[in-house]
Design a binder for this molecule. Structure first.
Ligand code: CP3
Length: 348
């Protein structure tokens, strides 16, 4: 086994299914509210302000690297930021999360959506990426990300978070041409955006199709997969690893694997060994601790880590993560303990 890799070598090796000295670990939503330093910064600024001010975004991106010893940084931003350049206004409310001011529900509205140049409409994210890269140097990798077309479409159509995605699914099934026009535009936007993040310095990118797990496999295959495929194959030319993530995706793993990406992200509703078998060992896997486990005692967390590492077995290509974002009220010391357990228990 290879000893003493940098975090970047460890992370990229895992993405490419090469041997590592220990399992790399990072945490979805690691730059967020469970950290007291984040909450402190947040008192003086709104969330959107923090995203749009590259120096603040860069500083927040670095917090978990400095305090938790994670193996990768993820740029502090949000999947909804591209909406502004598309001509769609939105905001964040304290309790209900994101709100889209004029939800997109007609063909006419879809036609009017702009395909923005990310260098113009999202220049602040790209500047933040460059600032973070200067700080990280060549030792720690930076992950860029975007929402995937389905997940973005669900926010655009529903106007916010949704229980059943009824408006989204109804457009998909009843106004299929409008659906395809919307997904086509979104996939162009996402491909441009991820490409621009890579050009700005992102070492890896993750496609968050967070809500795709609400679909039947056949609807996913017909109405969503072609667009993810376009994005994932379009990114190949940049030669950086791509993580393809969805929650609740136990029924979609084979299709997600077929749509592409180097790493498939899975949540805790399926055991990691079963998930990897379905995905195929020709791809790396990311996951999959239940975020709620971080509210248990350190000894219980340790048991869960051991069990997941055991399920990954001797295969190369496991990136440890939660199955979904870390919850805002998670005790901070437990997150640090998790990172340390992963490193300690997986050391070769
Ligand atoms: O992972 C990271 O640390 C990077 C930053 C990041 C954020 N959002 C910051 C954020 C990432 C990768 C996201 C992705 C994101 N945003 C997703 C996909 C990931 C997932 O969880 O499935 C989604 C669906 C969103 C949309 C979004 N943004 C919601 C639903 C909310 C509010 C929900 C909540 O938790 O309150 C946000 C706000 C948001 N995005 C915050 C942060 C740190 C909280 C803002 C604050 O009040 O400080």
């Amino acid at each position: 086994m290879r000893k003493g890799l940098t975090k970047k070598q460890r992370f990229l090796n895992a993405c490419n299914r090469l041997p590592v000295d220990k399992t790399p670990v990072w945490i979805m939503r690691q730059a967020g509210r469970f950290m007291s330093a984040y909450r402190k910064k947040r008192q003086a600024h709104s969330f959107i302000e923090m995203c749009k001010e590259p120096e603040i975004a860069a500083e927040v991106t670095l917090l978990p690297v400095q305090r938790l010893d994670v193996d990768a940084a993820i740029i502090f931003a949000d999947i909804l930021l591209p909406l502004e350049g598309m001509g769609v206004g939105f905001g964040f409310t304290t309790h209900d999360g994101p709100v889209i001011h004029n939800p997109i529900r007609t063909a006419n509205q879809v036609n009017k959506l702009i395909i923005p140049q990310p260098e113009e409409s999202l220049g602040y994210v790209l500047t933040a990426i460059k600032l973070v890269k200067q700080e990280l140097g060549s030792d720690t990798p930076l992950i860029g990300f975007s929402g995937a077309p389905f997940t973005l479409a669900s926010y655009l159509i529903e106007g916010g978070h949704s229980q059943n995605y009824l408006l989204t699914k109804t457009m998909m099934l009843n106004a299929t041409d409008t659906w395809h026009a919307l997904m086509d535009k979104l996939s162009k936007i996402v491909l441009l955006y991820l490409g621009s993040q890579i050009k700005a310095g992102a070492d890896v990118v993750q496609l968050f199709d967070s809500w795709a797990g609400c679909l039947s496999p056949s609807d996913y295959e017909k109405y969503v997969m072609p667009y993810n495929r376009t994005i994932l194959s379009g990114l190949k030319k940049y030669k950086v690893p791509v993580i393809n993530f969805a929650t609740n995706n136990a029924g979609l793993l084979e299709l997600m694997s077929k749509s592409g990406g180097d790493v498939i992200g899975v949540d805790w509703r399926i055991s990691l060994d079963k998930a990897w078998k379905q995905i195929g060992y020709n791809k790396a896997i990311q996951g999959n601790l239940d975020p709620a486990v971080l509210f248990a005692s350190p000894s219980e967390i340790k048991k869960h880590v051991k069990s997941i590492l055991k399920m990954a077995g001797r295969h190369n290509g496991h990136i440890f993560n939660l199955g979904h974002g870390v919850l805002p009220t998670t005790p901070e010391p437990n997150v640090k303990a998790l990172v340390d357990f992963v490193h300690e228990l997986s050391e070769k």
